[in-house]
Design a protein around this ligand. Sequence first.
Ligand SMILES: C[S@@+](CC[C@H](N)C(=O)[O-])C[C@H]1O[C@@H](n2cnc3c(N)ncnc32)[C@H](O)[C@@H]1O
Length: 227
Amino acid sequence: MSGLGVEFEKSAVQGETSGSSVKKRVGVIVTCALGGSLVALYAISGPFIAPALRKICLPFVPATNTQVNNVLRVLQSRSGTLVDIGSGDGRIVIAAAREGFRSVGFELNPWLVWYSRYKAWRQGVHRHTSFYISDLWKVSFSQYSNVVIFGVPQMMEQLETKLQRELQSSARVVACRFPFPTWTPDHVTGEGIDTVWVYDAKTFKSHTTTTTTTTKLLNNSEDKNCR
Ligand SMILES: C[S@@+](CC[C@H](N)C(=O)[O-])C[C@H]1O[C@@H](n2cnc3c(N)ncnc32)[C@H](O)[C@@H]1O
């Protein structure tokens, strides 16, 4: 083979090698980009999907403006602390802080908590609000004088028992869209999806005390009758 032929063959082999290494590199970059995008997508959407996969599915559905106004209206005569259980993007907590409440939100989704903190800061109420990434079933609400919940029917019975046990007699509970199953509301306002039910702890606590006392009395008289 002539010297020119050998040179030509060498450069052809080199060309092939560098072509396949470029392909390999592109392959690695595409795989990394795809993997990275999937991880990012999972990190962002995961916290939004997670509540739907729990035993009690409580998805993020923000309160309407009318609903927020109804909540504020039934709390007009009240003051002190307020907690929104499952605070979403913080709209109720922030609106209440603007009305002078020391407001707190508990929320499972970290993105919503960070967004709520940012919104509170933008609206100048960050000193009057706190947002925690917490599971509502693992938090005690005993220190709050006003409690707001926009829940789902499947959780209301369990939450009723929890609040009945934890809250002080001076507390007020406001349920948005879905009422509690056994408590009798002291007041109802709004209509359709914007309805809010108001429950004063002194009412539902006195009802429990009466029921417990009646049950005890009945049990005692049954005991005596048996003797
Ligand atoms: C129906 S949204 C209400 C949002 C907000 N309170 C409002 O009225 O705009 C319920 C919220 O509860 C949150 N959530 C679901 N399960 C939760 C849990 N176990 N602990 C705390 N928050 C929870 C959801 O992520 C969602 O943001």
